[in-house]
Design a binder for this molecule. Structure first.
Ligand code: UDP
Length: 324
């Protein structure tokens, strides 16, 4: 009954692994350590080092560990960079998923929980995004996640594969002080890095059509996100019907300026962000309903935004302290 977590040494994958450990479900990490960190993998969980493009490695791992299902978090996740690296993005996210599904299919592994993204919606024309909102991805990254969802759906129709895709909104925070988000492209790690480097955090645009002029997003805590993966895996294992996709959103929007204020409060660092030009491609507002996930996966917001920022700050400080 062991689950394989691809990308298990990443910020999200390692949170999923720890949630499996807490739930008493055996799990194995597969990670090529291109962005992951071996020390994020919890004690007692084997780490198989290699890429999801390596079908032999996947096959061996499935055999050796008696894998019954896969949580597939491995992938290239930088939407902005994907515009300049479309082939790399498609190879990792589409071809990687295709190969993984092929090996699973050959070995009778019939359950997958897939890491999808709000990026499948692009700039939605909806106050509250639901799973039915139209999909108009605006980057190769968003396209690759949508195509991967289609791969799962197509194989689900053609075989016994049972699957669901979890569309993440803005994932932040840390449920463990020794795991942190090291993304060089997202708001919270960029602000924390600026503060510890003695630089001034930047707001990309303050002339958006929002109450304070800065972009509004839907922030969710990575610990809640990880719990939803385990709930989805356990539901698939128990034979319960799941939807093909769920939004993991909070239903609430927070602006970039509000996030900055929250970080100022939890860090105790007094700073005034600099307002810069808009970052290309950023929509004014994206907020999603998580109601369907709440109904089927027990999805819940157990952390306030302030707690999300405080936990991110704590883990960031712990990482700095651990760096020689
Ligand atoms: N952002 C910002 N300053 C930064 C990094 C990001 O103002 O240093 C803004 C960005 O323009 C967007 C929001 O923060 O409006 C969230 O960006 P992020 O890249 O974290 O996630 P996205 O919503 O783009 O996936």
């Amino acid at each position: 009954m062991t689950w394989m977590v691809t990308g298990g040494a990443g910020y999200i994958g390692s949170h999923v692994l720890r949630a499996f450990v807490t739930a008493g479900v055996p799990a194995v990490a597969v990670d090529d350590l291109s962005t992951g960190r071996a020390h994020f993998v919890p004690d007692g969980v084997p780490l198989v080092r290699g890429t999801i493009l390596d079908a032999d490695l996947l096959a061996r791992t499935i055999d050796e560990h008696d894998i019954v299902g896969v949580v597939h978090t491995a992938g290239f996740k930088y939407a902005g960079v994907s515009v300049d690296r479309p082939l790399h993005t498609y190879e990792q996210n589409i071809e990687g998923t295709r190969r993984l599904l092929a090996v699973m299919s050959e070995h009778g592994v019939d359950k997958m929980v897939f890491s999808s993204s709000a990026a499948v919606y692009g700039t939605p024309d909806a106050d509250l995004v639901t799973e039915a909102t139209s999909k108009n991805p605006a980057s190769p990254y968003g396209e690759s996640k949508l195509v991967a969802e289609w791969l799962l759906a197509a194989l689900g129709r053609a075989s016994d594969l049972r699957h669901t895709s979890l569309r993440y909104f803005n994932v932040v925070g840390s449920a463990y002080d020794d795991v942190y988000d090291a993304s060089p492209h997202n708001l919270v790690p960029l602000v924390l890095k600026a503060l510890t480097d003695g630089q001034t955090p930047r707001i990309f645009g303050s002339d958006y059509n929002t109450p304070d002029g800065t972009c509004v997003r839907d922030y969710i805590h990575v610990g809640d996100l990880a719990a939803a993966h385990v709930a989805a895996a356990e539901s698939l294992a128990a034979g319960r019907e799941l939807q093909p996709a769920y939004n993991l959103g909070s239903g609430e929007g927070m602006s970039v300026a509000q996030i900055m204020q929250s970080i100022r409060r939890v860090s105790g660092v007094d700073f005034e962000p600099e307002v810069h030009d808009r970052r290309p491609g950023d929509p004014d507002r994206i907020v999603a309903s998580g109601d369907t996930a709440a109904r089927d996966l027990g999805w819940t917001m157990s952390y306030t935004v302030e707690e999300m920022m405080a936990s991110a700050w704590r883990a960031w400080q712990a990482a700095l302290a651990a760096t020689p």
